[in-house]
Design a protein around this ligand. Structure first.
Ligand SMILES: O=C(O)CCC(=O)C(=O)O
Length: 361
């Protein structure tokens, strides 16, 4: 599949943003960006729910209540701040440090991992799928990290040793955390845990590091186009304490204020499908700052490439509810997702069963 590439002269927004008296090139200028909700005197930003994983695992006496809360958070929000997650602070801090170091390295160094035409793994900008498509105000590095045999030999294995080793350790720890979360979510949703693990254990995992440079006219651009993730869950780390993530809640864009040492966990489309619509995959975007750069690291947890993505059999059996979404093989699902530009939750809409569809699962 060959995609048109962004203009060669702007291979890095980070480099572009260094120019004095910069006029924002038109291909970054958004024609219509929905405004952020502005609280009035009597209202304030609704805050993202907090899940304390220590309470969930250790407070056995309270387990039912905690699981009910987790279910309600996944269903009403589709995003939460995860505290007491058990990943060592020293490892998280080291990870943050190496991400900053990566983006601060000379452009020639980063270009060793440059996205090649038609591919979606490597270092670069928004992948273009259509003439005139706008480019996000961000540089990114995206790659598949699991299964290991799908790793591109020119990416992670070629990283500078400190970045590579820290990332390997971080991936391992966050992977364990991800599986703990899937276990708890299966209990909260009344999905058979074995079924959940068959889908996600040693599944397809990927990561994205993003650098959002400061922009002299931040309202003209967007750092990350609104979308929901094509994943089960995403575990997100804000690297340098600069905010910019926003989520769409009840039709309004609200900022996410990261708690110190918390991860932000997003419910993705695949968990919404697997839960037969009980969970809400959260639409999110990132805006950029006029004076400060921002960095984030997202880890995406997907089913195994050969797994079926569809409503959970145990759930539809337990509830008696008919499946509301189609079932497709993960590999095909991802191919279709990556061949389209990000556009809110439109991809998920395509997965909904219509009257004329026959469920082939
Ligand atoms: O930068 C952020 O806070 C969001 C990143 C994200 O959601 C992504 O990379 O998909």
């Amino acid at each position: 599949m060959a995609f048109a590439q962004p203009l060669q002269s702007h291979e890095s927004v980070q480099e572009l943003a260094k120019q004095d008296n910069l006029t924002i090139p038109h291909h970054y200028v958004q024609e219509h960006r929905e405004p952020t909700f502005v609280p009035n005197d009597s209202s304030h930003f609704p805050s993202i729910p907090i899940i304390d994983i220590h309470d969930l695992i250790k407070e056995k006496s309270n387990m039912d209540l905690q699981l009910k809360n987790l279910r309600s958070v996944c269903c009403n929000w589709g995003i939460f701040q995860l505290v007491n997650h058990g990943v060592e602070k020293s490892l998280v801090d080291k990870m943050k440090h190496v991400v900053v170091e990566f983006f601060e390295s000379p452009i020639e160094e980063k270009m060793r991992y440059k996205l090649k035409g038609g591919e979606y793994e490597g270092y670069g900008q928004t992948i273009l799928h259509a003439q005139g498509q706008k480019i996000d105000w961000a540089d990114r590095f995206f790659m598949i990290t699991n299964p290991r045999n799908r790793r591109k030999p020119n990416l992670l294995p070629e990283f500078p040793p400190l970045l590579r080793d820290t990332l390997e350790q971080y991936l391992q720890e966050v992977q364990k955390l991800g599986m703990t979360l899937f276990g708890l979510i299966s209990q909260a949703l009344d999905v058979d845990k074995r079924e959940m693990f068959d889908v996600f254990e040693d599944g397809m995992q990927s990561m994205r590091m993003t650098y959002y440079p400061p922009c002299p006219e931040p309202d003209l651009v967007v750092g990350l186009t609104p979308h929901s993730d094509a994943a089960g869950i995403t575990i997100l780390l804000q690297v340098n304490n600069v905010e910019g993530l926003q989520v769409k809640k009840d039709g309004m864009w609200i900022p996410v204020s990261f708690l110190p040492d918390a991860f932000v966990v997003n419910v993705g489309d695949i968990l919404e499908i697997l839960s037969n619509g009980v969970c809400n995959s959260i639409e999110h975007r990132a805006i950029v700052n006029a004076t400060r750069e921002r960095m984030s690291l997202a880890m995406f947890f997907n089913p195994k490439l050969e797994a079926n993505v569809g409503p959970s059999k145990s759930l539809t059996r337990n509830t008696g509810n008919p499946p509301l979404y189609k079932t497709v093989v993960m590999e095909r699902y991802l191919k279709e997702f990556f061949s389209r530009k990000l556009d809110g939750k439109t991809f998920l809409e395509k997965m909904k069963l219509k009257n004329e569809d026959v469920d082939e699962s």
